[in-house]
Write a protein that binds this ligand. Structure first.
Ligand SMILES: NC(=O)c1ccc[n+]([C@@H]2O[C@H](COP(=O)([O-])OP(=O)(O)OC[C@H]3O[C@@H](n4cnc5c(N)ncnc54)[C@H](O)[C@@H]3O)[C@@H](O)[C@H]2O)c1
Ligand SMILES: [Fe+2]
Length: 386
């Protein structure tokens, strides 16, 4: 028996944001609050989507913020903009940070008290406002998940407000937004999607349906991440990365995540490493350990790499896959980026100590990752230099 859910109506394509006004009207949503990432507030696609709302005279308001990886405290502060206002939906336009913020606000305007009250998997009294997601990165997949990630600044922990009511009802993926992403944002968000793909693929709870999504996502993400830095203005590549990110998010929500996602949390919350880099840095080591301990399901993913040698044996394909992941991370500059954080001995020991805290998530990996393995992983990445 297995369960499979996709709850969001998705619209993909260049200039698809021009449909926003009509789509909202069809859903009988007439009073949207638009939360916009400052980085795209004067983007031509933002202007286009606002024009589409104006054209059919919806009563809208705009809230612009430059928040990155929001805290619960920020959520409480930002919520004050919405008190006593009569919106009927929240539209998030931005990276994962803004999409998650939109979900958090949608929850808090309908449920009393501070944001921290709703951490984890809350049993909400009232159904949140509907959320519409317009991602401008490719990406977290937040446009198809109910998760919203927030940091507890006192405890320095990344948690979330994860309510199944927060699946966006509509998401519009317009690749013209990501054309403007700086390299670091393209890499971080793309690598995040790759983490979602690989972790959902190997996850103990993967299903035949989630695997279809993980594999398709992998094909789009791996092959196009290899190309995007050379052709950042190629709309087709950007669209494929957007599709890959959404597929990966849908796979993640139907299977789950694993050790790389788990270890990304302390790196992000304590050392402020951007989420995508913080997860991707662990992928090569985890993939290698899985292979060394006998995991052999990577051959099917290897077959999806452009230029793969399909005549290789299953063992050899798995070995080549481990190399391919390592080589992509090198090419994307993930190792180089992480080096800048220059973690010291005691910081590395702190990360190792997180093994016990994160054990439940680490144990979702199909192969046991012991504390000794974690020690080796952290030392390989941060100590000996990557
Ligand atoms: N809800 C989920 O399912 C889910 C899944 C994974 C990650 N997340 C969360 O999402 C957040 C990370 O999101 P992200 O990787 O999209 O990055 P982000 O939203 O934090 O944005 C990173 C930077 O890129 C800028 N930016 C965004 N779009 C841009 C564009 N088109 N052009 C130029 N600059 C742009 C932003 O202003 C910001 O400065 C983290 O908080 C992470 O925990 C959520
Ligand atoms: Fe992620």
């Amino acid at each position: 028996m297995f369960n499979f859910k996709i709850k969001t109506n998705l619209l993909f394509g260049a200039d698809s944001v021009k449909e926003l006004g009509e789509r909202l009207a069809k859903l009988k949503l007439n009073k949207p609050a638009l939360i916009i990432d400052k980085a795209v507030s004067s983007h031509q696609q933002t202007t286009a989507l606002i024009d589409s709302i104006k054209k059919i005279s919806l009563k809208y308001e705009i809230f612009i913020t430059d928040v990155v990886e929001p805290t619960y405290d920020f959520l409480d502060e930002f919520k004050m903009n919405f008190i006593g206002r009569d919106f009927d939906c929240i539209v998030g336009i931005g990276g994962g940070s803004i999409l998650d913020l939109a979900k958090g606000i949608a929850t808090l305007v309908r449920n009393p008290g501070e944001a921290l009250l709703y951490r984890g998997f809350p049993d909400l009294k009232n159904i949140p406002l509907p959320v519409v997601a317009i991602p401008t990165t490719a990406g977290t997949g937040s446009e198809v998940t109910f998760n919203a990630v927030f940091t507890d600044s006192k405890q320095k922990k990344k948690l979330g407000i994860n309510s199944e009511y927060n699946y966006p009802i509509l998401s519009i993926i317009d690749p013209l937004f990501t054309l403007g992403c700086p390299k670091s944002v393209t890499v971080s968000s793309g690598a995040d999607a790759l983490v979602h793909t690989l972790e959902s693929y190997v996850h103990k709870n993967h299903t035949p349906f989630s695997r279809i999504l993980s594999k398709e996502a992998f094909k789009y993400l791996f092959n196009n991440l290899n190309k995007v830095l050379g052709e950042p203005n190629n709309v087709d590549i950007r669209l494929k990365l957007g599709m890959g990110a959404s597929l990966a998010g849908a796979a993640l929500i139907n299977a789950g995540s694993g050790p790389s996602g788990a270890f990304s949390y302390p790196l992000g919350a304590v050392y402020k490493v951007p989420h995508g880099y913080a997860g991707a840095i662990f992928l090569p080591e985890i993939t290698k350990i899985n292979f060394e301990k006998g995991y052999r399901d990577y051959a099917e993913l290897y077959n999806l790499i452009e230029g793969a040698d399909l005549s290789l044996s299953v063992d050899k394909k798995n070995a080549e896959f481990v190399k391919a992941i390592n080589s992509l991370m090198n090419k994307l500059g993930v190792y180089e980026y992480i080096k800048k954080f220059d973690l010291k001995e005691e910081e590395i020991n702190f990360l190792i100590s997180q093994h016990d805290v994160l054990k439940a998530a680490i144990d979702q990996n199909p192969i046991a990752i012991t504390k000794e393995d974690t020690t080796k992983i952290m030392q390989n990445i941060f100590k000996q230099g990557v």
